[in-house]
Write a protein that binds this ligand. Structure first.
Ligand code: PMV
Length: 357
């Protein structure tokens, strides 16, 4: 048996999904965002990716050689996107062309639940590829051994696969995009875990599944439609302002200001979709019913629940951990009848990506 990682080896990484509070919507080439964004990292919606590598006798000249399994099945429909990504990765990690890769991926959440899986999937894959390189390359530049640089690299390389993926490896919260925050960059995200006011620790996210089908308009098509959107420039300016304000809110723990800003961001995202050419609507009637129920519950009880939306009809209900008992009762009694098959995912803030044994 050959135990030299240069000949063959394996690793396994797990990365979570994340939910944006200030939205990334509109991009330049290679997922350089038109505005900064901030997200909470989730805990239960995760992708686990195993990577095995075996040295080839003759290196590939262009295409990285790989097989991809999703929940144990070869998945042809993902092949093209992964091939494109791996070929791009070979520009960053040229040794990939010397190996044959077997990639096996699993999600903890149902594949068709409408939860964006590209963030967790691309983050776990980037982490595994960087780990492979680390194992094979004996002389690692000393900078790269620092955890912060390692995280930055996972973030930057996952961004090349899916923009929002670059925020998934950090614990609790992340900021992506150049702004006043020290160290912020358009190329990768930075962690915000250490600045959070205690009220945001273990913040909860109930993902209310309104529809599980394929999205009518993909995120990439949606980003594309921001080119030429008449409200684009105003939006990017507003998002920059919201990013700066949210950074202060996350430090101060002002939940009223948090609610106002987060809900405005969600509604703006969908307003931008409606104002695209052609315009489109990803919300469903039940999305609106749930949003109104959440706002009514907040008014009636004073409990600081708020909603946000991804590029789809599902509603993310955000609330502080210490209110979980009454809020779960509210979900059971008043919201799940508007969810498909009464399904929702009980999620919360998590600690980012990690290597599994
Ligand atoms: O990373 P993408 O291309 O799937 O875009 C994600 C866009 C939103 O989820 C709508 C917002 C965000 O910042 O995550």
């Amino acid at each position: 048996m050959n135990l030299d990682a240069k000949d063959s080896g394996h690793c396994q990484w797990q990365s979570p999904s994340n939910i944006a509070l200030v939205k990334y919507w509109g991009k330049k080439h290679e997922q350089i965002p038109c505005n900064p964004s901030i997200s909470f990292t989730l805990k239960n919606a995760q992708t686990t990716t195993s990577l095995e590598w075996e040295r080839k006798d003759v290196p590939s000249s262009s295409d990285v050689d790989f097989t991809f399994y999703f929940h144990g099945q070869e998945k042809e429909s993902f092949r093209q996107r992964i091939q494109k990504y791996l070929n791009r990765m070979a520009e960053e990690i040229p040794l990939l062309l010397n190996y044959r890769l077997t990639i096996s991926s699993e999600n903890t959440f149902p594949h068709s639940s409408g939860i964006a899986s590209s963030a967790s999937a691309m983050n776990a894959l980037a982490a595994a590829l960087i780990d492979m390189e680390r194992q094979i390359t004996i002389s690692i530049p000393s900078e790269e051994t620092k955890q912060s640089k390692f995280d930055q690299r996972i973030s930057r390389l996952s961004r090349l696969g899916s923009g929002s993926a670059c925020r998934s490896n950090y614990a609790n919260a992340a900021l992506w995009g150049q702004c006043s925050y020290p160290g912020s960059s358009d190329a990768y995200a930075v962690g915000l875990g250490t600045i959070l006011h205690p009220v945001f620790q273990q913040y909860k996210d109930a993902i209310l599944l309104v529809d599980q089908g394929e999205k009518k308009v993909s995120s990439s098509a949606g980003h594309q439609l921001m080119v030429g959107n008449p409200y684009g420039d105003v939006r990017y300016q507003e998002a920059r302002k919201n990013t700066e304000n949210l950074l202060e809110i996350l430090k101060s723990g002002d939940l009223d200001a948090f609610t106002t800003l987060v809900e405005a961001e969600a509604m703006t995202l969908h307003a931008l979709m409606m104002a695209s050419s052609p315009g489109y609507i990803l919300m469903h009637p039940n999305t609106l019913i749930i949003i109104q129920a959440i706002q009514g519950y907040r008014k009636d009880t004073g409990i600081p629940v708020c909603f946000t939306l991804d590029a789809g009809p599902n509603v993310h209900l955000l609330y502080p951990d210490h209110h979980k008992d009454p809020v779960k009762k509210f979900i059971q009694d008043e919201l799940i009848s508007y969810c498909v098959d009464r399904q929702w995912i009980d999620d919360e803030m998590g600690s980012g990506s990690r290597k599994l044994k």
